[in-house]
Design a protein around this ligand. Structure first.
Ligand SMILES: [Zn+2]
Length: 464
């Protein structure tokens, strides 16, 4: 995804909904790839990190999603009460599972505290106060200028009245945010204690961001901006964290390895090749280093060497679905779709039918141009999009499979769904309108097409 020319690196997909809420910086930097990173291995690990915390927060039924944002700086935030957003940079900068788990616990504290809706109320209230203050101030200024002398004390008093309440409101908001942060810290530590985990990682991470640290001095870090970290907050967190019986509890070595594998994968996909080799030099024969080098070798075009390295990885962990996924992806992108099918089948089965991997398998089946695979491809892709309805890749491949079968109504509908998820509403409407003419009125396909024709663009999205 850092490499926009190739298609399915990390199976990077921009979802329409995620686009609507992605931070401006992500939208402004479209050139470097889509705003959201999709990868089964990374998502699965983050889900496992977060699941016990959500459960202890009483949020396990809410189906909270974890979304990985294509940003290298450290950030994590909640924006809509349904998703926790994490920059891939936060994964890269978290050296242990416990560090990123602490961040997720803090964010869950915001979710559980309903801080989002409260914040909105507070903002609305502040805005009202501001308008009243402006009216009062403007009145004073008008009164001053009527006196004929714009430098009169009264006119200046008007300006002061405007500035005064604004500053007051700003301070109110800051203290409100600070309060929310402290509440989220407390809730986060509580969730960690309840799940038998240490809050040391959360403390270590936040300590890095204290107001007098280098991070804060840099000023541009989004996490510092949204998470003011005065020294007393970090001190309070440290005290809470140290009083836990789990303070010294270490991460499970198997989990640490999975964490290191995901960081190696992110580095290999997102960073320059020389950076990857600096982090993971040939002298390092650990599994994460070998994983990173295998990926960067395939990305930079040496398929034969990449496959040999991947086979070496499979020898060490013969039941790791992501090694087979990587093998299949390398072959698929190396224009060998028929050879990609076997490893992708294995990856699908070892991952308990992970939908993003099913989409890759569907893509390989379609790419063979072998009609014998068409029905199977359709069945697999339909199952995948039913469980993963925000990834346009599945619908795009489904459209090709239906086209091959000569089912142009379903092909148009699937193309329309893919366009809609990419945020291209104009194309989505055109294709859905055409699909409607191919289906009998009132059939399920017709209804779905009609929904797309009638759909309003999501907020923040262009209507074209
Ligand atoms: Zn926070």
């Amino acid at each position: 995804m850092a490499l926009p020319k190739k298609t399915s690196k990390l199976t990077a997909v921009a979802t329409a909904v995620a686009l609507a809420v992605a931070p401006m910086s992500a939208l402004a930097q479209q050139a470097k790839g889509p705003p959201v990173i999709r990868d089964t291995e990374a998502e699965q690990l983050l889900r496992e990190y977060t699941r016990p915390i959500l459960r202890s927060a009483g949020l396990e039924k809410q189906n909270i999603q974890i979304v990985i944002i294509n940003e290298s700086v450290f950030n994590a935030f909640v924006a809509d009460g349904r998703r926790i957003f994490v920059n891939y940079g936060a994964m890269m900068q978290s050296e242990t599972p416990n560090q990123i788990i602490g961040v997720m616990a803090h964010e869950t504290g915001h979710l559980a505290g309903g801080h989002l809706s409260k914040m909105r109320e507070q903002m609305a209230q502040a805005q009202t106060q501001l308008i009243i203050a402006m009216l009062l101030g403007a009145g004073a200024m008008v009164a001053g200028s009527r006196g004929g002398n714009s430098n009169s004390g009264l006119a200046n008093a008007g300006a002061a009245v405007v500035a005064g309440p604004q500053e007051m409101i700003r301070r109110t908001l800051i203290s409100y945010v600070r309060q929310q942060e402290e509440n989220a810290d407390r809730a986060g530590v509580k969730f960690l204690n309840a799940t038998g985990q240490s809050a040391k990682g959360m403390y270590e991470t936040f300590k890095r961001f204290t107001n007098d640290s280098l991070f804060a001095a840099r000023g541009a870090d989004p996490y510092v901006q949204s998470h003011p970290m005065p020294a007393e907050r970090v001190a309070a967190l440290e005290e809470m964290a140290r009083s836990s019986p789990y303070w010294d509890k270490k991460d499970d070595p198997a989990l640490q390895l999975r964490h290191d594998m995901v960081r190696a994968k992110i580095s290999a996909f997102m960073e320059r090749q020389d950076t990857v080799y600096r982090r993971y030099p040939l002298s390092n024969d650990g599994l994460p280093a070998r994983y990173a080098r295998a990926i960067t070798t395939y990305l930079h075009g040496d398929l034969r060497s990449a496959l040999a390295q991947i086979d070496g990885l499979i020898q060490v962990q013969p039941n790791n679905p992501y090694f087979y996924e990587l093998r299949g992806q390398a072959l698929l992108e190396g224009a060998k779709p028929a050879e990609a099918i076997a490893p992708l089948r294995k990856a699908v089965s070892l991952s308990n039918n992970a939908p993003l991997i099913e989409m890759l398998l569907g893509q390989a089946l379609v790419a063979t141009d072998n009609k014998a695979y068409t029905e199977e491809a359709i069945a697999i892709l339909r199952a995948a999009v039913a469980r993963e309805s925000e990834a346009p890749l599945g619908y795009a491949q489904l459209a090709m499979a239906y086209g091959r079968k000569g089912d142009f109504a379903q092909a148009d509908l699937a193309s329309a769904q893919a366009a809609f998820l990419r945020g291209d509403n104009k194309t989505a409407r055109e294709l859905a309108s055409r699909a409607k003419t191919r289906f009998a009125v009132g059939t399920p396909g017709w209804v779905k097409a009609d929904d797309i024709v009638a759909a309003k663009p999501l907020p923040g999205q262009n209507s074209n």
